[in-house]
Write a protein that binds this ligand. Structure first.
Ligand code: CUA
Length: 382
């Protein structure tokens, strides 16, 4: 108690001296750093507004395995740190200098050398064995090579093609394609062929897996599985990202994944296959919009889902299901307002995108008409 009172008064005294002032400022600087870090953490955590936009909340077999492996290795790492830390403290306390005597000098110890060689080797084995097993499991895409009598795979295959700043998803067995919203059945393996049209991008659905490059010169392959219970938690929508710096709008190169039960998926495929010709708009405003579309947009954008057009001719996102998309341009809420904003000035919303400046100026009336037409492009029905 006496000591506490003494220290208390010494502290007060110090505060009024130059030294004391400096010390307070130093502490303050430390706090400033701490508050800056806290602020950064707050900002960064705000980035994950969606519950399953994080690799730390796995929502599929691949992501779960990767997560488990990470947790496993982290625990071992903590164990090693704890052992080293404890030995460090014991040595500091036990062997600190007590007198001027120089202790017995030891040079070379077979026992010690064997111990500190064998332990790391064992640790590396403990890390390596599960990692290698999983590596082979996660890279197993043999099902993509197994063709049936029709020359198709029994496995569900999606060809992903990444473009400056949009995504195309082609279903070769089903003969359909879509863009921006990937549609998959839950609880089964979905196999992906990954390519890019222009520069290197990377396909990543943080909660489910991936982060594999899409290259222009070769095809990468992988599989993913979408968990139905986790999908229910998020109204069947997962978020996908481009994970390779590809240009000014790299951070805006998002896509969505609609992970739905198999029966619903089959229905969607059926609905898509049924669209053979561009659907004719019925409302007068939308009809007017369709006319504008046929004059200005159809050169690049298709409104039928058939994958008969060669890849090189698929210059822009397929719009067959535009009215059912989760987002406008992959990033804006799916509202008429935002469609108009996008049509009026795509460059501001997604700098460097290929749509910018490729069509004439639209009057507000034309914007209304075109938006009405685009929002009516649906295959699911209400
Ligand atoms: Cu595409 Cu980053």
């Amino acid at each position: 108690m006496k000591e506490f009172i003494h220290n208390f008064f010494v502290t007060i005294y110090k505060k009024f001296t130059k030294e004391g002032f400096d010390e307070v400022m130093k502490r303050f600087a430390k706090w400033r750093l701490a508050s800056l870090l806290a602020f950064a953490a707050l900002i960064l955590s705000a980035c994950s507004g969606h519950p399953y936009l994080s690799t730390l909340q796995p929502a599929g077999e691949v992501a779960q395995k990767q997560y488990d492996l990470m947790v496993f290795t982290t625990w071992i790492m903590f164990g090693v740190m704890a052992v080293v830390g404890i030995i460090f403290v014991i040595v500091l306390v036990k062997f600190r200098r007590k007198d001027d005597k120089i202790p017995k000098q030891v040079e070379g110890s077979h026992t010690l050398e064997i111990i500190w060689t064998v332990i790391p080797i064992l640790l590396v084995l403990v890390f390596a064995i599960p990692t290698v097993i999983q590596l082979f499991d996660l890279a197993d895409v043999k099902a993509m090579d197994k063709k049936n009598e029709e020359g198709k795979t029994d496995a569900l295959v999606v060809n992903v093609r990444a473009n400056l700043y949009w995504w195309e998803f082609e279903y070769p067995n089903e003969g359909i394609l879509t863009s921006q919203d990937l549609v998959v059945p839950t609880d089964e393996k979905v196999y992906f062929n990954l390519i890019a049209s222009d520069v290197k991008h990377s396909f990543w659905i943080p909660a489910v897996g991936g982060k594999m490059d899409t290259n222009t010169e070769n095809t990468n392959r992988m599989w993913l599985k979408f968990d139905s219970e986790k999908a229910d938690d998020v109204n069947n929508i997962f978020y996908g990202k481009c994970a390779e710096l590809c240009g000014p709008s790299h951070a805006l190169m998002d896509f969505k994944v609609k992970a739905i039960p198999r029966a619903e998926f089959d229905q969607w495929v059926g609905n898509m296959q049924a669209v053979k010709e561009p659907v004719q708009a019925t409302e007068p405003l939308a009809q007017q919009g369709q006319e504008i579309f046929n004059q200005s947009c159809i050169g690049c954008h298709a409104v039928t889902p058939a994958n008969t057009t060669p890849e090189a001719a698929r210059l822009a996102p397929n719009l067959t299901t535009f009215g059912e998309r989760e987002k406008v341009a992959g990033i804006l809420d799916h509202t008429e307002e935002n469609v108009k904003k996008w049509l009026a000035d795509p460059e501001t919303i997604k700098p460097g995108n290929k749509m910018s400046g490729t069509y004439g100026e639209l009057t507000p009336e034309q914007l209304d008409a075109l938006t009405a037409y685009l929002m009516g492009l649906k295959v699911q029905g209400e």
